[in-house]
Design a protein around this ligand. Sequence first.
Ligand SMILES: Cc1ncc(COP(=O)(O)O)c(C=O)c1O
Length: 342
Amino acid sequence: MIRADLTDIPTYVPGKTTEDALKLSSNEVAFTPLPAAVSAITEAATSANRYPDMGAVELRGVLAEHLELAPEQITVGCGSSALCQQLVQATCADGDEVIFPWRSFEAYPIFARVAGATAVPIPLLPETQEHDLDGMIDAITERTRLIFLCNPNNPSGTTFTEEQFEAFMQRVPADVVVGLDEAYFEFNRAEDSPVATEAVQRYPNVIGLRTFSKAYGLAGVRVGYAFGNPDLIGALNKVAIPFAVSSLAQAAAIASLDAADELLERTEEVVAERERVAQIVGAAPSQANFVWLPDEDAAALAGKLAEHGVIIRAFPEGARITVTNAAETDRLIQAWEAVHNG
Ligand SMILES: Cc1ncc(COP(=O)(O)O)c(C=O)c1O
């Protein structure tokens, strides 16, 4: 009944959770949505018998102001995950190639393969855990249609510089699309990083991807956005599921953008805590809301921390620990010390 190659395609694995445990496995924030966002959701719920605005006109208008782009340069999706998938569908036919860093967002290879494209993972540089941008360029073939870059990268928390990005773009053919995934943009304090809203103005083949799930604290309502050249945005819309962004999500996103300054202030706590966590666990500095321990026996570490009520994320390449607020860091440190000092 089912297409033969689906058996070999990995299933997306969400971060684990158990009741009462401290969940540091999904890069969520600990703060709840703002009261204004909750009211907007409640209000929108009263007209849930109607379909949402398929064009998300109001939300795109507010985003356009925030991003200093035109509404035609923006689309929204059911999380930026959906937009990553749409990007593959809009660019790739059977057998085309999608290049991405690895390890990175685990959905990239899944979306590529589900669309019938070939996934081309390029390992992170072993010493620094940064993108191997030269390796990605070397992997481009005439079948390459799409390259994902993840800045800061999930799970390594590393960034690349504007200069590296410019040098990279000079070598990418103009008909290959670059998806610049900035899911963790609001946590990034690296002053030399490229900024997708500026990059899309220079490169018609760059699409920026951001989300309300992380810094805006709306992971549960599912809304993300993509921006770039209107032709590419039109192509993303063509492959979208109609009405994918609910009226509740649109209302929550608008209310949250209205209070963006207040929300983004909250990222400062994450920035302070990530240094504390990195020091305790011996991780390299991170520009996102998690730290990364490559080469760690991640499954063993995750198992031991779980015995002390803390859930982290184990990958074959290492362990990722989400960073939230001071109280949760204290709980993590307690568990960490219990595991390491008995
Ligand atoms: C790098 C990256 N991109 C995109 C996403 C998708 O987030 P969402 O679908 O919640 O917007 C995630 C989620 O973890 C991520 O880590």
